[in-house]
Ligand binder design. Structure first.
Ligand code: IMP
Length: 175
């Protein structure tokens, strides 16, 4: 990849500052409740690590992994559970942490999954909200940044499993 193939969209400082705001809002809303923060692998692992450190109330953490067929630059069709959280979900207050919500398919499936498991509540925090491509209606309770279009990499976001380690978020020119 040449340096001209990617353009900065969100600097690490912008990301850091927004995460502090999200963390504060989450801590205020869940005051006095037992919060279980569940990161959606793999993309959310970087965001999750920074977000939980910005939430000042006690919480527990876990992860879930799903796969959607027809990979490439977006998800499509069917979702399959790859790895379940290790801890019990029933009657817990769940906060799902995702890197990016695009069509909404993955998050809609995950929210329904946790509701079926008997969670007391299920809310969603996503660093990026690509609402223009939304096909499945879903409320993002804690959205980080609205981004209108394009394919993003860095800060956990990948293209073919690469670029997750970039400390900022870039638009990747796939043309
Ligand atoms: P959705 O199910 O269409 O909302 O897609 C969510 C998943 O698609 C994300 O968790 C990412 O894995 C992937 N995805 C969608 N857009 C992007 C992007 O711009 N960069 C990297 N991954 C993306």
């Amino acid at each position: 990849m040449h340096s001209t193939d990617k353009e900065l969209v969100l600097s690490s400082t912008e990301i850091h500052d927004r995460i502090q705001e999200l963390g504060k809002a989450i801590a205020d809303d869940y005051q006095g409740k037992e919060l279980v923060v569940i990161g959606v692998l793999k993309g959310a692992f970087v965001f999750m690590a920074d977000l939980v450190r910005a939430i000042s109330i006690p919480l527990s953490t876990d992860f879930i992994q799903v796969s959607s067929y027809g990979s490439g630059s977006s998800s499509s069709g069917e979702i399959t559970l790859v790895t379940s959280p290790a801890q019990a979900i029933k009657e817990q207050h769940i906060l799902l942490v995702e890197d990016i919500v695009d069509t909404g398919l993955t998050m809609r499936w995950l929210k329904q999954h946790f509701e079926k498991e008997g969670a007391a509540s299920v809310r969603i925090c996503s660093l990026i909200d690509k609402s223009e491509r939304r096909e499945h209606s879903i409320t993002i309770d804690y959205p980080g940044f609205p981004i209108s279009e394009g394919f993003l990499i860095g800060y956990g976001l990948d293209y073919d499993e690469k670029y997750r380690n970039l400390p900022a978020i870039y638009h990747l020119n796939l043309g």
